[in-house]
Design a binder for this molecule. Structure first.
Ligand code: DX5
Ligand code: ZN
Length: 221
């Protein structure tokens, strides 16, 4: 099932509550929250106190994308703050299975992400333990970058693996998603679409989300 996850990285942070309500009313399914530590990625964004505040006001679940080194150190705090889905990077964890278990123990959904340069096969051993896999379609760190079309075969490879092993895993894409690229990732097999600038960067959120949904459904029902 298609889910749209606006990334608040591109929203007006001085009006965070209104921005989240606006995208929820415009048909968003999840709020995508990008947490960056200035170490795993060359940028710093927001963290636990902001997520705690958002969890009390967001009408839709919080999809927390951790771009932080050694994520196991903070899983409990992010869970307690009200994250609904916690996604960490395979490249950032020395013991990915331990991170998966810890997120599960907190009663949260588990996502694992891979950066563009990470071979897709690396994620296969974990797929049966995940609720969601996040294929980065830009180098993580900043909003507003261009979609990398050479990530499409990775999405297809994961979709094929999921099908052939009868798994139930959402396939999320993040980076450069617009109505145009939504059709490409839909065709490759993604079903959870993150979009920052293509939603918050335009005036009419309803129109922006509808355009992405329509592009997706033009390829997949
Ligand atoms: C980038 C973040 C993305 C980012 C996407 O590292 O993970 O979620 O906000 O922004 P757009 O949709 O503008 O590429
Ligand atoms: Zn993200």
């Amino acid at each position: 099932m298609l889910k749209i996850a606006p990334s608040i990285l591109s929203c007006d942070f001085s009006r965070l509550r209104d921005e989240i309500r606006a995208v929820a009313n415009a048909g968003a399914d999840l709020v995508h929250v990008d947490v960056m530590d200035g170490s795993f990625v060359p940028n710093i964004t927001i963290g636990i106190p902001v997520i705690r505040s958002l969890s009390s006001i967001s009408p839709i679940p919080l999809d927390v994308h951790l771009m932080i080194s050694d994520p196991i150190r903070y899983i409990k705090e992010f869970a307690d703050a009200g994250s609904d889905i916690i996604t960490f990077h395979l490249e950032a964890a020395s013991d990915p299975d331990a991170v998966i278990s810890l997120i599960r123990e907190q009663g949260k959904k588990v996502g694992m992400s891979i950066k563009p340069k990470t071979p897709v096969e690396k994620i296969f051993p974990y797929l049966s333990k995940l609720d969601m896999v996040l294929v980065m379609t830009v180098e993580p760190g900043f909003g507003g970058q261009s979609f990398m079309p050479d990530m499409l075969p990775k999405i297809s490879a994961i979709r094929n693996y999921v099908k052939s092993h009868s798994l139930c895993v959402d396939i999320q894409v993040d980076g450069g998603i617009t109505a145009k690229t939504a059709a490409l990732v839909a065709d490759a097999g993604a079903n959870v679409l993150v979009a920052g600038s293509a939603i918050f960067g335009v005036g009419d959120y309803q129109e922006a989300i509808t355009a992405i949904k329509e592009a997706y459904h033009s390829v997949r029902k």
